[in-house]
Design a protein around this ligand. Structure first.
Ligand SMILES: [Fe+2]
Ligand SMILES: [Fe+2]
Length: 488
């Protein structure tokens, strides 16, 4: 699959058609030009697919879409959203995707009949089962079984067997990496300084925060992974400030993924940076408390969303900007079902920024050590918990895009292999979360853990088998390690 090609892949076109045609068939006659053109796009894409495979499957699995057993890499932010919506539809209808069997004489009438059935299944008690029955022996069939095995594949140009290199390989990327690291450190300093000033009642300007977020956005639009990686590597230091910076970064990355422009991403980054500013008004003993909160304590902690709004309003900035910054911090614990806090009469849906910040906030909180949960979760566990909150606290579409973005082996994850080695992930192929990462083997030297050889977990031995298979993944703190010490 050539995700990087400027020409959309046939799989992209088929998926787009599966979104578009059920709508078009409802509003147009079969001879309508727009409808006919779209039918032709679908049939041409299918023919291209059948040239490669006489039978192929497009299916959703754990928030991603696969062509047969290879994960598809969305070619554009818009495609990310299309895929997320499509997966949502399929899930609601009780199937996972479609199997396409070669039909040489496939005509418009065949496609129209299929699309009408796809629409009709929505009115059935068990849409997936009904559709499978209706399309039995047809050229297209819904995938209703769960039996699915991943193939380990790499997008062209990404790390793959042979020739794989970590991101910091060429001088240009190294310069960008240094810049990203500086922005991250400056962002930490800005948050610390901001909190100190607010607590002392000193005047606070937004200028520094805006500058550091703008720098991060520049870095993000040049090479997303550098900042994303830093948010994973650095979250093991001091929780309070790193959390705000990480939430800003994760939110900005997600915002970019769903197609927001630079100016909107800067505003989004600032909301991430300020979302927990109100915690300065919560007694520090409560923030650091390891035991469960009493009811009264919890009520007090819940005020921090509202306090964040009040603190943001105290910052010297244009009113127009501040009005854009207060909503997401207010909403970040509300949930799309509005079942969280603060409890209010507000019944309007949670804003896009609020939904994005909530996802970033959940992920960073779950994968960081907190006073009440010293052992953080590994990304897979965190994403599982977040998936269980899909449609309740968290927006399902954004969550799918997010899962695709962070993957299950972020930089710094510890892997135990079947060769009895422990390795730390140094690089994962972009947009290929199920692909195998590059990792440094960890060795013991004079009682210290040191970075050993960089290995590519996709490397094969002479018999064509993987040299190393991942048995388990751990959070680095499980082994008392700080990835920054090893990777930076
Ligand atoms: Fe919060
Ligand atoms: Fe937070």
């Amino acid at each position: 699959m050539a995700a990087a090609d400027s020409v959309p892949s046939y799989a992209d076109l088929i998926l787009q058609s599966l979104m578009r045609l059920p709508q078009l068939v409802k509003i147009h006659q079969p001879n309508n030009k727009i409808f006919v053109d779209n039918l032709e796009i679908f049939r041409t894409a299918l023919r291209r697919g059948w040239e490669e495979f006489p039978e192929f499957t497009l299916r959703a699995h754990r928030g991603r879409i696969f062509l047969n057993s290879s994960k598809l890499n969305p070619s554009t932010p818009a495609m990310n959203v299309t895929l997320a919506k499509l997966m949502e539809n399929w899930e609601a209808l009780g199937f996972h995707g479609f199997r396409f069997l070669k039909k040489d004489d496939l005509g418009d009438a065949d496609v129209v009949a299929f699309v009408r059935k796809l629409n009709a299944c929505r009115n059935q008690g068990e849409p997936g089962t009904w559709l499978a029955g209706e399309l039995k022996d047809s050229w297209v069939q819904p995938v209703v079984d769960q039996d699915f095995k991943l193939a380990v594949t790499f997008a062209p140009g990404a790390a793959g067997s042979g020739g794989a290199r970590p991101l910091v390989w060429n001088a240009g990327t190294r310069t960008l990496a240094v810049k990203a690291r500086k922005s991250y450190s400056r962002a930490l300093a800005v948050v610390t300084n901001l909190e100190d000033k607010l607590l002392n009642g000193d005047a606070v300007s937004i200028a520094k925060s805006r500058r550091v977020v703008q720098d991060m956005v520049e870095s993000l639009f040049q090479e997303e992974r550098l900042l994303l990686n830093l948010s994973t590597i650095r979250d093991y230091d001091d929780y309070t400030c790193t959390h705000c910076v990480n939430v800003a970064i994760l939110a900005m990355c997600l915002g970019k993924r769903v197609g927001l422009g630079k100016i909107a991403v800067v505003t989004l980054g600032l909301t991430g940076l300020f979302h927990d500013l109100g915690k300065v008004d919560i007694p520090i003993e409560l923030i650091r408390k390891t035991a469960k909160f009493t009811r009264e304590e919890y009520e007090l902690v819940k005020n921090h969303s509202l306090f964040s709004v009040i603190r943001i309003l105290q910052i010297n900035a244009e009113h127009k900007l501040k009005s854009k910054l207060i909503l997401a911090p207010f909403e970040h614990h509300l949930g799309i079902d509005l079942a969280g806090y603060p409890i209010s009469d507000k019944h309007s849906p949670v804003s896009l920024f609020g939904r994005i910040v909530a996802i970033a906030d959940h992920y960073d909180a779950l994968t960081s050590s907190r006073s009440y949960r010293p052992v953080p979760m590994n990304p897979e566990q965190a994403l599982d918990i977040m998936t269980s909150l899909s449609g309740k606290a968290l927006d399902p579409l954004l969550l799918k895009v997010f899962i695709n973005m962070v993957g299950i082996y972020p930089i710094g994850t510890l892997l135990v292999t079947d060769t009895r080695e422990v390795a730390m992930v140094a690089e994962t192929p972009p947009d290929a979360v199920d692909a195998r990462p590059l990792a440094y083997l960890l060795e013991k030297s004079e009682g210290c853990i040191i970075k050993g050889e960089l290995v590519n977990l996709s490397d094969l031995d002479e018999a064509g088998n993987f040299k190393r298979n991942i048995l388990r993944c751990f959070h680095p703190s499980d082994f008392g390690l700080n990835p920054a010490d090893i990777l930076l």
